[in-house]
Design a protein around this ligand. Structure first.
Ligand SMILES: [Zn+2]
Ligand SMILES: [Zn+2]
Length: 809
């Protein structure tokens, strides 16, 4: 019986023998370079991560067996929100910046150790000596250098700009950190007095607390109700300021009264109107979510401010009505707080003007599945602003600049000084080179973590220090990543590597979907439908999970997890192990012939070896397309349903024959050849099981052997062993067809025995076979074998129009 516990020892064996080390100085073999996601250091692996780890490891193992020098490192994305949130939960925030940083680093280091262990447990064969950690001094130096190089090219700038902001976390957040949420709120109808004529205009707003930042009232130019008012002046209630009525197509006539106030900034539309119409800027909210520039309302939190402003409007008789509505707001995905737009000095990378170049680079990569690229194109087509790369955090790579408080000039460090922390160290110059001011501030913000992770393909290829390796290893051969981070990780990586090298980051990118819960929904702790991948590994074995990964179909799809599929995978491993034990017992003390025993092969031998050649070809083609499903579907079906279900039964009588004549030795040779070849076809995906079975026959790791060869068949009656073609004249037809036909007869006799309710191994008197002309000679050539396989006293064959089989007990 296959013992899953035996799997673990092979992980240790491979590591002890350093079987998977990258040999940097070996230039004789082609390189295969793999960029994998550096996970956030959460301290655990979720099932989606275990999926890609198993997937990419199988590819790495295949490529090694094909003779590639595989560069396969694993890195860790340590910095940013997730770590800070966890550390804050554990220790609070009542400590110095340095102390908090130290705690975050310790937390990340401890989690890396756990997660690395889990990855190695599931068989990941990355080279540990190539590991990178984004918080390390070495990695930070590279990140800062990459930012500096882009600054030199004019692609990094500092500017005041509205940014999406979380008032709770006190930091800007990126577009993808903002989630949509439906909330109940009130739509307030407020009267604005017209300035140069009598009367008022009624506007509707969900954000009355931003009244003080109202810089215009907007209507749709085609709205007949308001046409005459466009360009007129109007007074903002309570605050008394004068603003213009402007016209813009983006105003929805049907929403509220069709007239809306424009504040800096209530929402995204406000920002676009602000830019489009050149409106005034009133900074309305502080970084911690309180009113500013609001006179006596200054300092009020947003909720209190809303109450106070509405009360005052009521008192003045300007609040005409209130309506309950449901609408969508953006909330910060980490804390659930509604995000705001505030205007602040931020650092940016120029993405907007380079969108077309990014798409052009993406088009030069092969995408698996092909349609995944569309997500990147769609995202690129709707870039509204440049990439805001500053974060108001502690645990992050410092933005490597100082700036002049007088004129805003930027001071960059010397490259040789990197990594720098401008929050702690003095500017390299004592006065501003532009205006002479001595007020030079070090930037205290840190970089968005995507800035760290968007240079991974360059870093793993040796950039910037090992140019010799870099020329060989960049672009990388492949990356695997989730479809959910195409618009971030894939997008930013493509942009940054193009900006820094002028090149695409990879030849191929595999975008995998999500593993859903068995009920077809996303896995959620609160829904109780989550699955622990390590518990599954424990229960079903590592390789059952790995085979499930391969057989679960194309990687691009979201797929519900299915226990039945894992059980099926496990059943295959049991079958593999049991059939190998049969072969081992069959061989026992027999000496296998040193050469192929050509003269003694029968139709069944040549059939299974030809099928093996065909399956080797299918598997190779699939592996080369990085398609594990195609490879494993072909090999497991062949092994289970042709080799085990038929061939093992077909040869038992020869294996158990007392004398070691040619027929027996040919059978043993064939058994051994098919088993060993199949093991090597399977080894990349089920390395532990393959190694365990291989150890029954050999002292040497299966990963030191080459991936099997195959040959294209020249003529139907050729047969192929180990990629070599031989001529044979046992039958004149294709061996795949001849063997399949012979097995059909065997199968029909089995069925007939079953319908007579006699055991399969019980002797019968006679088998009658009627067979069409085309198969007559083939059947003649296997008569003796069929008699033995089916334990029949005699077999009679007659030519006939139709095929049929009957037996006599
Ligand atoms: Zn937040
Ligand atoms: Zn200056």
């Amino acid at each position: 019986m296959y013992d899953p516990k035996a799997e673990y020892k092979w992980n240790d064996y491979w590591r002890e023998h350093k079987l998977f080390a990258f040999k940097k100085d070996d230039e004789s073999r082609p390189l295969f370079v793999i960029d994998t996601p550096p996970p956030f250091t959460t301290g655990d692996l979720h099932i989606g991560q275990v999926y890609w780890i198993m997937y990419v490891d199988s590819i790495a193992r295949y490529k090694r067996m094909k003779g590639f020098n595989v560069l396969y490192p694993q890195g860790w994305d340590t910095q940013g929100f997730p770590t800070e949130v966890q550390v804050e939960k554990k220790y609070g925030r009542d400590m110095s910046r340095e102390e908090f940083y130290k705690r975050c680093a310790e937390h990340a280091t401890a989690n890396i150790a756990v997660m690395r262990g889990l990855m190695l447990t599931v068989g990941a064969s990355f080279d540990e000596s190539l590991e990178y950690v984004t918080m390390s001094e070495q990695y930070r130096r590279k990140v800062q250098l990459s930012v500096l190089e882009m600054y030199d090219k004019g692609m990094v700038y500092r500017a005041e700009h509205p940014v999406e902001w979380c008032p709770h976390c006190g930091s800007s957040i990126s577009r993808e950190e903002a989630e949509e949420k439906e909330v109940q709120t009130q739509l307030n109808y407020v009267s604005f007095k017209l300035k140069d004529s009598a009367g008022a205009l009624e506007i509707a707003t969900t954000r009355p607390e931003l009244l003080h930042a109202c810089v215009a009232v907007a209507v749709n130019p085609s709205d007949e109700r308001y046409k005459a008012l466009i360009g007129k002046k109007i007074e903002v209630p309570i605050f008394g300021s004068e603003v213009k009525i402007i016209a813009d197509d983006s105003v929805e006539k049907e929403f509220g009264t069709g007239a809306e106030m424009v504040c800096t900034f209530g929402d995204k539309q406000d920002i676009s109107l602000y830019y489009k119409h050149g409106l005034k800027l009133i900074n309305s909210i502080t970084e911690d979510g309180r009113l500013r520039n609001a006179g006596k309302y200054d300092g009020l939190a947003l909720k209190e401010a809303r109450k106070a402003v509405l009360e005052r409007l009521k008192e003045e008789g300007l609040l005409n009505k209130q309506e309950h509505i449901t609408h969508t707001v953006k909330v910060h995905d980490r804390c659930g707080t509604p995000s705001e737009f505030i205007s602040a000095m931020q650092w940016f990378m120029k993405t907007k003007e380079h969108a077309d170049r990014i798409k052009e680079q993406a088009r030069q990569m092969a995408w698996i599945p092909e349609h995944a690229a569309q997500r990147l194109y769609d995202w690129s087509n709707f870039i509204e602003w440049d990439w805001n790369i500053s974060r108001h955090r502690v645990f992050g790579t410092p933005i490597p600049f100082w700036y002049c408080k007088g004129c805003g000039a930027i001071v960059a460090p010397e490259r040789s000084a990197l990594p720098v922390n401008p929050a702690l160290t003095k500017s390299p110059v004592s006065s501003c080179p532009k205006c002479g001011s001595t007020k030079i501030e070090g930037e205290t913000d840190t970089l968005d973590t995507w800035v760290d992770s968007s240079i991974t393909p360059m870093v793993i290829a040796g950039w910037p220090d090992d140019q010799k390796l870099f020329r060989r290893a960049f672009p990388n051969s492949m990356r695997i990543q989730g479809t959910d981070i195409i618009r971030t990780w894939a997008f930013y990586t493509t942009y940054r590597t193009w900006a820094l090298t002028g090149n695409k980051p990879f030849e191929t990118i595999i975008a995998h979907g999500m593993i859903l819960a068995p009920d077809g929904r996303e896995m959620h702790k609160s829904w109780g439908n989550g699955l622990s991948p390590m518990e599954l590994v424990e229960k079903y074995s590592i390789d059952s999970m790995r085979l499930w990964v391969a057989l679960s179909g194309s990687p691009g799809k979201d797929k519900p997890f299915s226990i039945e599929d894992v059980e099926h995978a496990k059943a295959f491993l049991v079958k593999l192990h049991n059939s190998a034990l049969f072969v081992k017992n069959a061989i026992a003390d027999e000496k296998l012939p040193a050469e192929e025993p050509h003269k003694s092969f029968n139709v069944f031998d040549l059939w299974i070896m030809n099928r093996l050649n065909q399956v080797t070809k299918e598997a190779t083609d699939s592996y080369d397309r990085l398609d594990l499903y195609g490879a494993m579907n072909a090999v497991t079906n062949f092994y289970w349903h042709e080799f085990c279900d038929y061939y093992l039964e077909d040869v038992k009588h020869r294996v158990y024959a007392k004398d070691g004549e040619g027929s027996k030795r040919a059978a043993l040779f064939t058994l051994m050849h098919v088993l060993q070849t199949s093991l090597r076809l399977l080894a990349p995906v089920i390395p532990h099981a393959a190694e365990e079975v291989n150890s029954l026959f050999s002292q040497e790791s299966i990963f030191l052997s080459k991936f099997p060869k195959y040959a294209e068949k020249a003529a139907p009656a050729d047969y192929i062993i180990n990629g070599l073609i031989f001529k044979s004249a046992i039958v004149e037809m294709d061996y795949e067809e001849a063997g399949a036909f012979a097995n059909t007869i065997v199968g029909n006799v089995r069925k007939a025995k079953a319908s007579h309710k006699i055991a399969l191994n019980k002797p019968i008197t006679l088998i009658n076979i009627n067979v069409p002309d085309a198969y007559y000679n083939t059947v003649l050539s296997v008569l003796k074998d069929i008699r033995e396989i089916c334990k029949a006293g005699d077999v009679k064959v007659e030519r006939s129009k139709d095929y049929s089989v009957s037996i006599q007990i």
